[in-house]
Design a protein around this ligand. Structure first.
Ligand SMILES: *Cc1c(COP(=O)(O)O)cnc(C)c1O
Length: 302
């Protein structure tokens, strides 16, 4: 969809791929839905994933559609509302560990014990293949290739999928802008180092982008394709979410706000295609609370 408001404000053609409209609230359903389908076709009797966020929701949604049981292992930081949302989709929720890594270790044990398939939120070629389909849809709809593609980066699964889709569509020269918040900049750090590095901590409210280390493939892609890192503050990401809600009447997570917040810095000619990755981890009340964090501008661009 062309964004009239963003295009007017930025003086550039801005196109949105509205992955916030996926039934589970984010693009995650593409890759993890495909991985779930394949796992069940290969005989898995249960799906298992560690995720307190959109990957867990996507697998819970897919499992319900595929009529298989699913265990979602969430870290302690995942609040009661999110656990309830997972349970309402039929998922069995286990709580383990202070952070994702510990939940993932537990998920591996559950998968082993219950003949389940352990799914990974971002480091899996099948997940990338599923995500890639979003680019094929854009290529079918757009009259010309975009001048750049903007995508938020957490662990890099979306980035890998988008790049795979771009190469399948022949968009091999189209630059990609990889957006992160400053407190979750594991991809920026990896690009600077030339290899994945593990951040000591995540200090951003965009917890969905909070993989401390990106997958190897995401870093290798930077040697095969023009990719530029772009960072924003939490305040800018939140302001971009607010503006997006006013412009388009959609509520998206700060993780997605990061991709919107970096748009004014893009100088490449031609239309800008933004992957609006969405996210279910946001409510009006949360967006309001984040807005009052110190340093958040009341009215920001874009
Ligand atoms: C998972 C997710 C991301 C980051 O995707 P990765 O594949 O981890 O890079 C960004 N935004 C939203 C809404 C997500 O759910």
């Amino acid at each position: 969809m062309r964004s009239d408001s963003l295009s007017d404000r930025l003086g550039a053609e801005v196109w949105l791929k509205l992955e916030n409209l996926q039934p589970s609230g984010s693009f995650k359903l593409r890759g993890l839905g495909l991985a779930s389908e394949r796992a069940v076709a290969n005989g898995a009797r249960r799906l298992v994933i560690a995720s307190g966020g959109n990957a867990g929701l996507a697998v819970a949604w897919a499992a319900r559609a595929l009529r298989v049981p699913v265990t979602v292992v969430v870290p302690l930081t995942t609040g009661g509302q999110r656990r309830d949302l997972l349970r309402s989709l039929g998922a069995e929720v286990e709580v383990e560990g202070a952070a994702w890594d510990e939940a993932h270790v537990r998920a591996a044990v559950v998968a082993q014990e219950q003949h389940g398939a352990l799914l990974h939120p971002f480091d899996d070629p099948v997940v990338w293949e599923g995500h890639a389909a979003l680019v094929a849809e854009c290529a079918a709809d757009m009259a010309e290739p975009p001048g750049s593609v903007v995508v938020a980066v957490g662990g890099g699964g979306l980035l890998c999928g988008v790049l795979q889709g771009m190469h399948a569509a022949g968009w091999t020269e189209v630059p990609v802008v990889a957006a992160e918040t400053e407190g979750a900049a594991s991809y920026a750090a990896a690009l600077a180092a030339g290899e994945p590095v593990t951040l000591p901590a995540i200090t951003s409210i965009a917890t969905t982008l909070g993989a401390k280390r990106v997958c190897d493939r995401a870093v290798r892609w930077a040697k095969e394709h023009p990719i530029r890192s772009a960072l924003c503050t939490d305040a800018e990401a939140v302001a971009a979410c607010r503006r997006f809600a006013d412009d388009h009447r959609f509520l998206v997570e700060p993780a997605c706000g990061a991709a919107l917040a970096v748009l004014p810095g893009i100088r490449t000619p031609g239309p800008i295609l933004v992957v609006v990755c969405g996210g279910a981890g946001v409510t009006l009340a949360e967006l309001e609370a984040w807005t009052h964090l110190p340093g958040t501008p009341r009215a920001a661009v874009p």
